[in-house]
Design a protein around this ligand. Structure first.
Ligand SMILES: Cc1cc2nc3c(=O)[nH]c(=O)nc-3n(C[C@H](O)[C@H](O)[C@H](O)COP(=O)(O)OP(=O)(O)OC[C@H]3O[C@@H](n4cnc5c(N)ncnc54)[C@H](O)[C@@H]3O)c2cc1C
Length: 423
């Protein structure tokens, strides 16, 4: 790979979730020297830090699971299977959508193996803390790790932090939530252990128990239908999504209050199961994640914001770099999700400009940070799509370095296809 300026890395990726892992591997497969920076002690993003144990968006809606994502997303599934997870498409009882169920430990280990195999330099326990830039380019990031602070320069950067932390530190403008300050609700997915492997969970009995609880309990359950309930592979624990908390703003005080309220809810709800549900006599709260699940924070300025109409119409375009296939899933009101299906061929294209930072030549977005209006965001934020947009961001960043800072979309598309990505 030809480099114009001697930098520490060709590409630095901020954030090791689905998007960041795919960006780092995509860039490495394109020949770049890559550094992947992650603040936790493991990769996986929301899947491993908030127990979001299902990949959505890998398949289109419909009677059969038609693949919408290839490339790194497909390679991750193959690695999960190699380490004992079924990894098959599974149709959710509540939504009818196709998902792939996860196990946190298998996922962490699989992503360690994959990033190593592709020669990505991973820095865990390390946070991108500040950014040095000129008018149109990022030059370097300051990393804060266990050994203190260090300056790392690169030719190109990917913001896959979910929260747009790199873009924010670089001083780019951003929208919070829907633009009027309204943020999608937080949810704390929990794992309930101590129930028999073959117990069929009686949803009608659960709904009745919730109705009784709601008349006098401390934390009324908004998901009166019982929420999302899935028996996890390997542990057979019950994965339960019913602990919802509204997020008024992005202050530390609000996150602290939300974490504590969610834990109180989780404990109360498991006590309810134990008290009222047959077969749950020995149930216990097996785990909450290292943090609560955060759906939405900042949206940094991109060159194009996908619209809800793009998604609903299944709009296809020549400047595509990925497919989005998950229905628009909105959590405007805590505990009351809504779904709108994708029309057309069952997926819409993500255009190249949605992953390009506004006003900065060497910064790309992957996953939750890409340009999207509030409705489109309800679709593109899922992890299957994050693999696809992340991989595209990594390949575009590597291509930028290779091509002497000139962008050529046709070449990026060709490189993505060679890596097995579906466009
Ligand atoms: C409760 C809940 C349920 C959901 N359900 C599903 C589901 O079933 N299936 C699905 O596919 N999606 C689901 N989603 C959406 C999905 O989890 C996220 O939108 C997705 O994880 C986005 O991927 P990402 O890689 O962009 O970001 P993330 O997964 O958020 O990863 C970002 C990473 O960046 C790291 N990071 C952030 N800032 C820094 C920094 N400054 N320095 C270093 N590292 C940093 C974080 O630690 C994190 O690991 C759910 C979300 C929530 C909250």
């Amino acid at each position: 790979m030809s480099k114009r300026v001697e930098a520490d890395y060709d590409v630095v990726v901020c954030g090791g979730g689905a998007a960041g892992v795919a960006a780092a591997i995509g860039a490495a497969m394109a020949g770049a020297k890559v550094c992947l920076v992650e603040k936790y002690g493991f990769l996986g993003g929301a899947a491993t830090n908030a127990q979001v144990y299902a990949y959505c968006g890998l398949f289109q809606q419909g009677d059969e699971p038609v693949a919408a994502v290839g490339g790194v997303g497909r390679e991750v599934i193959a690695e999960l299977k190699a380490h004992g997870l079924p990894g098959e498409a599974f149709r959710s009882e509540t939504t009818g959508n196709w998902i792939v169920l996860l196990d946190g430990e298998v996922l962490k280990f699989s992503l360690d193996r994959l990033t190593r195999r592709h020669g990505v330099e991973v820095k865990l326990h390390t946070r991108v803390a500040s950014v040095a830039r000129t008018a149109e380019r990022l030059e370097a990031v300051t990393l804060a790790g266990m050994g203190g602070r260090s300056r790392v320069s690169a030719e190109a950067f990917v913001d896959a932090s979910g929260d747009a932390n790199l873009a924010m530190l670089a001083g780019l403008p951003f929208r919070v939530g829907d633009g009027e300050g309204h943020l999608q609700a937080l949810t704390m997915p929990i794992r309930v252990g101590g129930i028999a492997r073959d117990l069929t969970i009686d949803r009608a009995a659960l709904q009745a128990a919730i109705a009784r609880y709601n008349s006098q309990g401390d934390y009324p359950i908004q998901r009166t239908d019982g929420g999302i309930i899935i028996r996890l592979p390997l542990s057979h624990d019950m994965w339960w999504m019913t602990v919802d908390v509204a997020l008024p703003d992005l202050s530390s005080e609000s996150f602290t209050a939300a974490e504590m309220e969610a834990r109180a809810r989780a404990n109360d709800y498991v006590a309810l199961l134990k008290r009222e549900m047959e077969g749950f006599e020995n149930a216990y709260l097996a785990a909450t994640g290292p943090q609560i699940g955060v759906r939405e924070t900042r949206h940094p300025a991109a060159r194009y914001d996908m619209t809800g109409e793009d998604v609903v119409q299944g709009r296809q375009r020549d400047d595509a770099i990925a497919r989005a296939a998950w229905p628009i899933e909105l959590h405007g009101e805590a505990g009351k999700p809504s779904y709108t299906s994708i029309g057309g061929a069952g997926f819409c294209h993500v255009p190249y400009d949605a992953i390009r930072a506004w006003g900065i030549d060497n910064l790309w977005y992957g996953g939750r940070t890409i340009g999207a209006d509030p409705n489109a965001y309800g679709s593109i934020r899922v992890m299957g799509t994050a693999f696809a947009t992340g991989q595209a961001a990594g390949v575009a960043a590597a291509d930028h370095v290779d091509a002497g800072h000139r962008t050529n979309l046709a070449r990026i598309q060709a490189r993505l296809r060679r890596q097995g990505a579906l466009i």
